[in-house]
Design a protein around this ligand. Structure first.
Ligand SMILES: [Zn+2]
Length: 483
């Protein structure tokens, strides 16, 4: 692995490093067929400025003879795109050429390029930088690479903004945004804490995600986790503010009551609001994990609870299909806790037997199989879901071992994709973000040592979202010492 390759996250599929570097100075033209939309061109010009250490500005210009999803910097030559590749990148002494197979591919080529920029002289008026001569063709092992992100009351907007930009820069194709009582809905004030963000505060972050080539997948927990708070600390965003809304839930408040038409109507309105906020897309994450108290109220427990759940999920699938979307649900309630042994995690308990609905569940449902204890690249539960005809994504959490095992398992088992989760541990596990990027893009480990991932990620984050001298916004957590 060359020093240049060590700096690239994720490592591209094919690289060669012949030829002379492209040298440039304080201003560089970037030629395209037609200008990107205003938000995208502003963002990409800002990223170029930041990745040239404030030493160079990029200016988009339209020029005939350039195709869609191509960019040309200086007098570079746009490369041909071989079949099956996501983008091709060429750097010669004359300039840079990028050809993407799509808008997103072109952007990913640009993000690879930005990782290679080196400075020679940054004194004002004497700016001199270079990019090594190279030709790169690249494609992902898994087309669907989705980072699941949570917005907690402690998640600041700058932190969220930084992580979303980093996700795009590290070539994730999708992000899931799960608000833990932290988005103000129009339909019901008690769905969020008084400190929650407004839609207008979230919109610029979503706009950046989309400008960087990612689809933003809205997420609302449609079964368990209805408290929008972690079970271990006992908060309930709705019932702590208004106990009279208790009939929306099962008696303990943890799970939505599926027999209450008002619950179904509320969730429908929430979906509509969130889809509008997140913008066009093909997916909606409906959660549905750890629904311990499902069917415990008098109504839900009186009938056949499995029929209740099955109809609920299949109706949801049908409703979302009318919006051009497919649901994604966590897989744990569809795995029989009596049939699966560790390291597989299965949460369909003997008194619920929710796994029995699997055969009759609409195959448009995508299963997100979170398996946090697996460190070998084989996930039997994912293979089980695939064998039952479901598109399935593997979902790791903490630790390089779990992340790379599930990335490789997804690539080797024909899974639909890969969805690393981050939960409340993201600031302390931030080193795993590049690992997750590389596991999904490369589908395997590419290097023996990952100890420079943290310093390289630090380098990227101060450029994708500069702190502008604000101590609390710099880096990945607010405090150097935990008090
Ligand atoms: Zn109920």
């Amino acid at each position: 692995m060359t020093p240049y390759e060590r700096c690239l996250i994720p490592l591209p599929a094919h690289t060669s490093w012949d030829g002379k570097p492209f040298s440039f100075g304080g201003e560089v033209p970037c030629y395209v067929k037609s200008l990107p939309d205003a938000h995208t061109s502003t963002l990409l010009e800002e990223l170029w400025y930041n990745f040239t250490m404030n030493g160079s500005t990029l200016r988009f210009r339209e020029r005939p003879g350039i195709d869609d999803w191509q960019m040309k910097i200086g007098n570079g030559t746009v490369p041909n795109l071989p079949d099956g590749e996501d983008y091709a990148l060429s750097v010669t002494e004359n300039g840079v050429g990028i050809t993407g197979g799509s808008r997103e591919g072109m952007l990913r080529g640009l993000f690879t390029l930005m990782q290679l920029i080196r400075a020679n002289d940054l004194r004002p008026g004497q700016e001199s930088l270079h990019i090594p001569g190279t030709s790169i063709t690249d494609h992902p092992a898994l087309k669907f690479r989705c980072l699941h992100l949570c917005v907690f009351p402690e998640t600041t907007l700058p932190f969220l903004h930084k992580i979303v930009r980093l996700a795009g820069f590290l070539k994730f194709s999708h992000i899931v945004l799960e608000f833990w009582g932290m988005l103000r809905y129009d339909c019901l004030a008690e769905l969020s804490w008084p400190r929650a963000y407004t839609k207008n505060q979230i919109r610029p972050i979503i706009a950046d995600a989309r400008s960087m080539g990612m689809e933003v997948i809205p997420m609302i927990n449609h079964l368990g986790h209805a408290s929008a708070s972690r079970a271990c600390y006992g908060r309930h965003v709705v019932l702590d503010q208004n106990p009279r809304l208790a009939t929306l839930f099962e008696p303990d408040g943890w799970t939505w009551c599926l027999s209450n038409p008002e619950t179904l109507a509320l969730l429908r309105t929430m979906r509509k609001e969130l889809m509008e906020l997140c913008g066009p897309g093909s997916w909606f994450h409906i959660g549905c994990d750890e629904a311990y108290s499902f069917a415990t109220c008098d109504k839900c427990s009186a009938g056949d609870s499995r029929e209740l759940l099955l109809n609920y999920l299949n109706n949801l699938t049908e409703e979302l299909a009318k919006e051009g979307r497919r649901p994604i649900m966590w897989g744990d309630m569809l795995l029989d806790s009596e049939a699966w042994a560790p390291p597989i995690i299965a949460v369909s308990r003997p008194h619920q037997r929710t796994h029995e609905i699997l055969d009759r569940l609409d195959r448009r449902m995508m299963i997100a199989d979170w398996q946090y204890s697996i460190t070998e690249p084989k996930v039997a539960s994912t293979e089980h879901f695939i064998a039952h005809g479901f598109d399935t994504v593997t979902c790791p959490w903490q630790g390089d071992g779990n992340i790379f095992a599930l990335g490789q398992a997804a690539a080797e088992s024909g899974a639909f994709g890969f969805m690393p989760t981050t939960w409340h541990t993201l600031p302390d596990n931030i080193r795993l973000m590049p690992s997750a990027s590389e596991a999904g893009w490369c589908g395997k480990r590419t290097r023996d040592l990952y100890d420079d991932f943290i310093t390289q990620l630090a380098n990227f984050q101060r450029k994708v979202y500069p702190s502008h001298s604000d101590y609390l916004q710099s880096g990945f957590r607010r405090l150097e010492v935990i008090e």
